[in-house]
Design a protein around this ligand. Structure first.
Ligand SMILES: [Zn+2]
Ligand SMILES: [Zn+2]
Length: 419
């Protein structure tokens, strides 16, 4: 029986309704948040708004107070669930490191000056964002180069695009796909607090007027109003402060994570497009579709074809080499010298392979990268795309690492010459 993606998910998420809803591992705290909203609103409806129903005869204003409270609470709860139960922008993990980033370098071993190939790939890359270089890191857990603003959430154990922070109150990461809902939730919760506080104050005033009494007498008459006002006052500091902070972050196009990091590292914010454009980016752009289909069936792991003999692998790789090499050379203005060197290098490499067992192992992994199963293919392709995106940025480092075996050999060439 084929399993679905959410059933074999490697992150720490909880899934509900057959993978339709995704929560963080601390989703239980969401229940506390729900109670913190629902309980006070229920108290408000029963002990405050209900008594005000007949106070304002014109236009049924008394009923409107109750209706607004209920509808606005449903709105807040819907925003909470939209923030909490959806994919915040998780980058799908790779099942293996990106082979095309490998650099097969030859280092001289101690005895006899013979060379041993070592597998290397850079831990960071540089990409250009709005004309400024941004360093992106390789994620060991997800086996991918994070895009700019992407970060690995240690609680959910996923890489999340435009990672803001992991919110324990909603039990989910706040990222590219739910930041807008998160902000709307926090600001709406603030408005709900203000509304409940104001109506409770109004009720106290009504009680005072009706009984011709003092404030204290009115407060004694409706302890629920007093408790609600105190509760809203405290909550306002929290949600109001958070709303203000996020308004500042949105206006300067920062994430919470970047705000803390930039302050610490004194870095320039390369994402700032001006206040209006920053707001447009958060509120007026289409939410990107999820990169994960949690309900999709995981393809059965096909038995891999037996590894070809060294000779076969070389023939296959030779063809691949030829094509990729030509492509690369075209990209870089046709370095014909490298093409002519290639044949010599192949000869030398073949010679080295035939000698060392280490080399043979290395060779198998190369064969894997070329003759891997179908399941591997999309990953490789996406990474190549990623690399070419880097190349457009003019970063030589990424450009030179573009494709797997073919490109790695061009790294070998200069070393060989120095021997
Ligand atoms: Zn990661
Ligand atoms: Zn998280």
């Amino acid at each position: 029986m084929a399993k679905r993606v959410y059933q074999v998910w490697k992150g720490s998420n909880y899934f509900f309704l057959g993978g339709r809803l995704i929560f963080g591992p601390d989703a239980k705290s969401l229940l506390i948040s729900l109670l913190l909203i629902i309980v006070p609103v229920t108290v408000f409806c029963v002990f405050v708004a209900r008594h005000l129903r007949h106070e304002f005869s014109s236009y049924n204003a008394g009923y409107a107070i109750l209706a607004v409270a209920i509808i606005f609470t449903i709105h807040v709860l819907a925003l909470l669930l939209l923030t909490s139960a959806r994919d915040p922008g998780i980058v799908p993990r790779n099942s293996h490191p990106p082979e095309e980033e490998f650099r097969h370098e030859f280092s001289a071993s101690v005895e006899g000056g013979r060379q041993t190939p070592i597998l290397q790939f850079p831990r960071t890359k540089e990409v250009i964002v709005n004309g400024m270089p941004v360093r992106v890191k390789y994620c060991d857990t997800c086996m991918l180069y994070r895009s700019p603003r992407c970060s690995h959430c240690s609680i959910c154990n996923n890489c999340v695009e435009r990672f803001d922070h992991h919110c324990p109150w909603v039990g989910q990461c706040i990222g590219l796909r739910n930041y807008r809902f998160f902000f709307c939730f926090v600001s709406s919760a603030m408005l709900l607090c203000i509304y409940v506080f104001a109506i409770c104050a109004l009720y106290i005033k009504v009680l005072m007027d009706d009984n011709q009494g003092t404030v204290w007498k009115a407060m004694k008459e409706s302890p629920a109003s007093v408790i609600l006002m105190a509760y809203c006052f405290i909550s306002l500091w929290f949600v109001g402060g958070l709303t203000g902070f996020h308004l500042y972050l949105i206006s300067t196009n920062q994430t919470t994570y970047e705000n803390f990091r930039y302050k610490a590292e004194n870095r320039i914010n390369v994402y700032d497009l001006g206040c209006l454009n920053n707001f447009m980016e958060v509120f007026c752009t289409k939410v990107k579709p999820s990169r994960n289909n949690f309900r999709a069936f995981v393809p059965e792991e096909e038995p891999r074809p037996p590894l070809p003999t060294t000779r076969e692998a070389e023939v296959e790789m030779g063809d691949q080499d030829q094509r990729m090499k030509v492509e690369d050379d075209l990209d870089f203005g046709g370095d014909l010298l490298k093409i002519s060197q290639r044949h010599n290098i192949e000869d030398i490499e073949a010679d080295i392979r035939s000698r060392g067992s280490d080399v043979h192992h290395h060779n198998s992994s190369e064969a894997d990268s070329v003759l891997g199963s179908d399941r591997r293919a999309p990953n490789v392709q996406s990474e190549v795309r990623n690399s070419s995106w880097g190349r457009r940025s003019g970063s030589w480092e990424i450009a030179s690492e573009k494709s797997n075996v073919a490109e790695s050999r061009s790294h070998v060439a200069p070393n060989e010459q120095y021997q």
